[in-house]
Design a protein around this ligand. Structure first.
Ligand code: FPP
Length: 254
């Protein structure tokens, strides 16, 4: 049996060791983990090998996020568009949450990480739903890093569902459209209990949003890396944080 050394033995120890206590640490980081397929192709491996290797990068970045006192880490793990891929690849990706949690849940628990998920869970295979639900229940009382998996997530789908639910509720409550405001829209999104992302990281060289958190990213800072996700390490993560630290956010003001 391989002994796993927790990244910190306790939440207290984690906080003492935390290097960043200033306001310049993004509270919420969202990541588009791209480049798994190309990582594998470059090595003459099947695409799924890249997805599996992606798990190692996830735990490295979770550890780094805990160390830096990031509050929320949202990972784009499976999009509503990813169903278009070959069934064998879809099946592999949807088994990864279970594999990841099987390997790392005890370590995540001992580091006070809380697991959450956003997306249309009901249409995922039952083994994926069960693994995620189990982890959510087991970590419910933790108040450290929120590790939020976006699974079967698509922003337009989310917004459309929010609009439908909102219209229905407004009709029932006989509210006029003038009573609708931005806060109300936010309350109907999967992310209603989370702060908006401060920093978006996309790996793998592409520079697009791919239907990820379109509403929530309105004032987010973006950071792109050409590194394929399986090669993305604490070094690049710290570069992104350092770059963010230099930015001046104005939210449309001066
Ligand atoms: C995009 O790369 C990546 C995905 C669609 C899957 C993301 C999954 C992981 C990173 C594995 C970790 C998962 C968990 C649950 C810990 P791509 O296949 O589009 O890459 P390409 O652009 O090179 O083809």
């Amino acid at each position: 049996m391989v002994m796993k050394i927790p990244f910190f033995n306790s939440y207290k120890q984690m906080n003492e060791a935390t290097q960043f206590h200033d306001d310049h640490v993004p509270e919420h980081i969202a990541i588009i983990m791209d480049g798994n397929g190309r990582w594998a192709k470059k090595r003459g491996l099947p695409r799924v090998a890249g997805h599996k290797e992606g798990i190692s990068a996830v735990i490295k970045i979770v550890k780094a996020a805990v160390k830096c006192n990031v509050k929320v880490l949202t990972l784009y793990t499976f999009s509503t568009e990813n169903w278009k891929r070959p069934k064998s690849e879809v099946d592999t990706i949807l088994r990864l949450p279970k594999e990841f949690l099987h390997l790392y849940l005890p370590e995540l628990i001992s580091n006070n990480v809380r697991i959450e998920a956003i997306g249309d869970m009901e249409n995922l295979p039952s083994h994926t739903q069960e693994a995620i639900q189990y982890a959510i229940n087991r970590t419910r009382d933790n108040d450290g890093l929120v590790l939020n998996f976006a699974l079967n997530y698509g922003s337009r789908h989310e917004l459309l569902n929010a609009m439908k639910a909102m219209l229905k509720d407004m009709n029932e409550a006989k509210l006029s459209p003038d009573e609708l405001d931005e806060q109300m829209v936010s309350r109907y999104l999967y992310t209603s209990n989370l702060p908006e992302p401060d920093l978006l990281i996309r790996t793998g060289g592409e520079r697009r949003l791919s239907n990820f958190l379109l509403w929530q990213l309105a004032y987010t800072e973006f950071w792109f890396s050409d590194v394929f996700w399986p090669d993305f390490s604490e070094k690049e993560f710290m570069e992104a944080l350092e770059d963010y630290r230099q930015r001046k956010r104005r939210y449309g003001g001066l």
